[in-house]
Design a protein around this ligand. Structure first.
Ligand SMILES: Nc1ncnc2c1ncn2[C@@H]1O[C@H](COP(=O)(O)OP(=O)(O)O)[C@@H](O)[C@H]1O
Ligand SMILES: [Mg+2]
Length: 367
């Protein structure tokens, strides 16, 4: 489940724990290893320990237990400014009294670089984020998006191999945020930079990352590429946190390695894939993605299972139809269908049968 630490990892957390007060662990036994050039996102609700992990990697917090390694070397005792890590945070933290060019020059001065070298590097970094014409302005004379690009340029100007970003786009409006998501991933990939990115926005995590580590309660719940995370959640927390999800509650009545039967609380029985359920009699929460549910019998695949449902609400959303159903006592069961020319609009009040392929139906923990 957690990333295995390997010797060729560029960034590695090995059995890392963190407590601020000496009592409660806010990071619990974190194991994570990243190859060079990877874009990894830590995704999770507020308070799940993401920033703490980033701060330990940056060197602003120390691990209570365990080891953090950069390129195979333990960095526990190396101060932040000697780790060679670039950082971007939500509040851009540009120096207001300095011009854009001076802001970018600063990390180079700290590293004792000469004036002419600094000028070359600053120009290159500004060009990289398409802000070459803005070197003489002060941060207050720039828009939010421009300031964020300068913050990005400042994190990259000393050519770090590793860049940490903590909710860097949180303050921007939707359109600019999506644009910057695209710019950041492009820049990171074209420069071959390794990025650890923190967000609580699942769309951002899914669209930007090579892999996503889903955090909850100080632990990585699942670490996988976006498509695996969405299509094969390993527990109820991940299934609920990533994307829209339908759940049906019941009890396991039969179980084999690759299939199980669940008696739902209204008595209907369905087939599912056992993921983290183990024995007959165990309570389970079955998870099915809205777009995997079909009500048109002709479209149901071989081996699909059907179940009764009542239509409660039909919502027209343009590209898709979102229909809310009552299924096995659950009034918030949603199905999504593409607005194709032959697509049927379901009438509220009607009784229908819905179905899905059992492999799309995952029996998870009931918590
Ligand atoms: N400097 C600190 N001192 C004490 N507790 C802290 C400090 N920073 C964070 N915490 C606590 O640690 C937990 C994890 O916080 P944080 O790492 O900021 O989570 P996230 O970034 O996922 O929102 C929270 O319960 C938070 O209150
Ligand atoms: Mg945080």
């Amino acid at each position: 489940m957690d990333g295995q630490a390997t010797s060729d990892a560029f960034v590695a957390f090995e059995r890392v724990q963190k407590s601020y007060d000496g009592e409660t662990l806010v990071v619990k036994d974190l194991n994570l290893s990243m190859p060079k050039g990877e874009f990894l996102t830590m995704l999770g609700p507020s308070g799940s320990g993401k920033t703490t992990c980033l701060m330990m990697l940056a060197g602003f917090e120390t691990a209570t237990y365990g080891e953090i390694k950069l390129d195979g070397v333990s960095i526990n005792n190396i101060p932040p400014h000697k780790r060679g890590i670039g950082m971007v945070f939500q509040n851009y933290a540009l120096f207001p009294h300095m011009t854009v060019a001076e802001n970018l020059s600063f990390p180079l001065e700290v590293r004792k670089m000469g004036k002419s070298d600094r000028e070359v590097k600053v120009k290159r970094a500004l060009d990289m984020v398409q802000m070459g014409a803005f070197g003489g302005r002060r941060p207050s004379q720039l828009s939010g998006g421009q300031q964020q690009r300068i913050a990005l340029a400042r994190a990259l100007v000393f050519e770090p191999e590793l860049v940490l970003m903590d909710e860097p786009l949180g303050a921007l409006d939707k359109q600019l945020r999506e644009h910057m998501q695209f710019e950041i991933t492009n820049l990171a990939h074209s420069l071959g930079i390794t990025v650890v990115y923190v967000t609580h926005d699942q769309t951002e995590a899914l669209t930007m990352s090579d892999r996503v580590a889903v955090f909850n309660d100080g632990r990585i719940q699942q670490l996988d590429p976006p498509d695996v995370l969405y299509e094969q959640p390993k527990n109820s927390f991940v299934a609920q946190f990533i994307g829209e999800n339908n759940t049906l509650e019941g009890v396991i009545t039969e179980i084999r390695d690759d299939a199980c039967v669940v008696r739902l609380d209204d008595g209907q029985e369905i087939d599912a894939v056992p993921i983290n359920v183990h024995k007959v009699g165990e309570r389970t929460r079955v998870s099915i993605r809205p777009e995997r549910v079909e009500f048109n019998k002709e479209r149901l695949t071989e081996g699909a299972h059907t179940i009764k449902a009542e239509v409660l609400e039909f919502i027209y959303m343009g590209d898709i139809f979102r229909t809310r159903l009552r299924v096995a006592g659950n009034d918030s069961f949603v199905i999504k269908t593409r607005n194709a020319p032959d697509q049927v609009r379901l009438e509220p009040g009607s009784q229908i049968e819905i179905g899905w392929h059992p492999r799309d139906c995952r029996a998870l923990d009931a918590d």
